[in-house]
Design a protein around this ligand. Structure first.
Ligand code: APR
Length: 271
């Protein structure tokens, strides 16, 4: 895997590791790209199969659910089916090991991990993480917000649009995924955690996000306004964030090398 590290990328990673070794407060924001190497399509990857003709942003919306709740519910059932057997990749494990290293070494460094993702791969890898956009494997009532904890029978590999919708035990309204849809506010506590961490960090790292969706995309700007160094890990560097260091490679390749540089202060090995 590390063989993909060119001399230039190695040097850039080493530079970033040198900064991160002494940074007191680090804020990390991950997006769909951090789960790409686990086999989960990113949010703006072209939709495939039965969903090829649907726009994800239409489906992940209050209006979409109000218009066609069966369709939206079936899409989330399909996404759950897609994600249920996926496992963390080296990027998730490197982030979890970094958090573990801080704890075990009694380091004064503070690392806050924030994700836009709704999968639980950070948790599976052992990370403590704050979700800005909710959780794919959780459900709640679309009206009274009561959590719906009964196990959901996931549909078979094909999508069943006519699937029976579930109703809330308390008010009878439809059950919906516990996910933040376009046009909805982010969870207050999660956003407060993210804003505090971004506003007070020395280094802000964005990993695998197109930085297109606000308010999450605004965290990098908030960090920069407060003097933080910005690092971006993305094979396709984004144009709408001004970063100080771009590590233009896959997160699963960069993160283990970056962690090695932070923990052992030795340069990332190229092979
Ligand atoms: N490593 C790092 N980055 C990667 C990798 C990888 N292996 N593969 C792809 N990427 C990058 C892509 O270049 C892209 O910039 O990940 C980014 C994924 O962008 P999006 O699909 O837009 O996903 P994201 O940025 O997480 O979307 C943000 O928008 O639609 C909402 O709620 C949804 O949480 C989502 C939010």
């Amino acid at each position: 895997m590390l063989a993909e590290l060119s001399a230039k990328l190695c040097a850039q990673i080493q530079g970033a590791a040198t900064i991160l070794r002494t940074a007191q407060r680090v804020c990390i924001l991950t997006g769909a790209g951090v789960s790409a190497e686990s086999g989960i399509p990113t949010f703006r990857d072209k939709q495939t199969g039965l969903w090829a003709h649907y726009n994800a942003e239409d489906l992940a919306s209050i209006d979409g659910f109000a218009r066609e709740p069966e369709l939206v519910w079936a899409w989330y059932q399909w996404r759950r089916e897609l994600v249920h057997d996926k496992t963390p990749n080296p990027a998730h494990y490197a982030l979890a090991r970094w958090q573990e290293h801080i704890t075990l070494s009694h380091s004064a460094q503070q690392l806050t991990l924030i994700t836009q993702n709704v999968d639980d791969l950070h948790e599976q890898a052992g990370s403590t993480v704050t979700h800005l956009h909710g959780h794919l494997n959780r459900n709640r009532c679309s009206q009274c917000d009561t959590p719906y904890n009964a196990p959901i029978v996931s549909t078979a590999h094909q999508v069943d649009f006519g699937v029976a919708l579930l109703n809330c035990d308390h008010c009878g309204s439809y059950i919906r995924p516990d996910i933040v849809w376009f046009g909805e506010a982010l969870p207050v506590d999660a956003w407060q955690t993210a804003e505090d961490a971004a506003a007070n960090c020395d280094v802000f790292i964005s990993i695998g996000t197109s930085s297109m969706v606000y308010p999450a995309a605004g965290l990098a700007h908030l960090a920069q306004q407060n003097g933080a160094t910005l690092i971006e890990i993305n094979p396709n560097p984004t144009s709408n964030t001004v970063v100080d260091i771009t590590l233009a490679a896959a997160a699963g390749v960069v993160m283990p090398a970056l962690l090695q540089g932070i923990i052992t202060s030795s340069p990332p090995s190229k092979d």
